[in-house]
Design a protein around this ligand. Structure first.
Ligand SMILES: [Zn+2]
Length: 71
């Protein structure tokens, strides 16, 4: 049993599978394709954790939403 995992990893694990707060149908899933541990909404692509752990992601979230809707 891992005695002490990275705190952010634990946070991500908790976030994974939770409902997206930006759309009605999405749930947060692990996203490591970018090389950064994070969770994003499977439906709208909004980052679910970066905004807390790193830089403010409001603009990124807005652009992700816009991109999703334009597809
Ligand atoms: Zn969403």
């Amino acid at each position: 049993m891992p005695a002490h995992r990275d705190q952010s990893a634990t946070l991500l694990a908790r976030l994974e599978g939770t409902a997206c707060s930006f759309c009605d149908e999405g749930h947060l899933v692990s996203e490591r394709d970018t090389g950064t541990d994070a969770v994003v909404c499977a439906a709208c692509g909004t980052p679910g954790a970066r905004s807390w752990t790193a830089k403010p992601a409001a603009a990124d979230a807005a652009s992700a939403l816009a991109k999703s809707k334009s597809d």
